[in-house]
Design a binder for this molecule. Structure first.
Ligand SMILES: [Zn+2]
Ligand SMILES: [Zn+2]
Length: 139
C-alpha cells in the first residue's frame, strides 16, 4: 500500500482507506471497471460505502489526473489508472479491455504533421488471448 499512498500524496490527494482500496482495485483489475463495478467490489470490504462516494472519488481522481475516463463507445464510463503511458486492447468477443505496453516515445509526441497534440490514445481491437484459447479447446 505504501507506494500507492505516496502516489496519492504526490497527486495532492490525501490517502484515506477507501481511496487506497479503490486505487488498489484499479491497479489489480485488468478490465478497466465502471463506477458500479468498483462499488460492487469495494462494498464487500466496506459495506457502508455509497455509490455517491465512489462517483465523488472517481471525479476527484479524474481531476487530479490519477485516472482517465476511457472512451470505448459503450455509453458507460470506464476508468483507467494512469501509472504509466499505455495503449489498450479491446476484445470484440468478451469486451475485456487489456493494458498493453507500446513504445513510450509515441506518447511523447507533441506535434505531428504541424498539428499540436493534446491527448494521445492508442487503441487496438481483436480477439484476446483468453477467447483465442477457448477456441482451441473446442477444436
Ligand atoms: Zn476475449
Ligand atoms: Zn489502461
Amino acid at each position: 500500500m505504501d507506494k500507492l499512498c505516496e502516489f496519492l500524496r504526490e497527486k495532492g490527494v490525501s490517502p484515506s482507506i477507501q481511496r487506497l482500496k479503490i486505487l488498489r482495485y484499479l491497479k489489480d483489475s485488468e478490465n478497466h471497471p465502471t463506477a458500479l463495478m468498483i462499488h460492487h467490489e469495494i462494498s464487500r470490504d466496506i459495506p457502508t460505502l455509497s455509490k455517491t462516494t465512489i462517483y465523488n472519488t472517481m471525479n476527484l481522481f479524474s481531476e487530479k489526473g490519477i485516472v482517465s475516463e476511457l472512451c470505448v463507445g459503450e455509453g458507460e464510463v470506464r476508468y483507467d489508472l494512469n501509472l504509466y503511458p499505455h495503449a489498450h486492447f479491446r476484445c470484440a468477443e468478451c469486451g475485456k479491455i487489456y493494458d498493453v505496453k507500446i513504445d513510450p516515445e509515441l506518447f511523447k509526441i507533441k506535434k505531428i504533421n504541424g498539428n499540436q497534440v493534446v491527448h494521445t490514445a492508442v487503441y487496438f481491437t481483436g480477439k484476446c488471448r483468453e477467447c483465442f484459447g477457448k477456441d482451441k479447446e473446442n477444436l
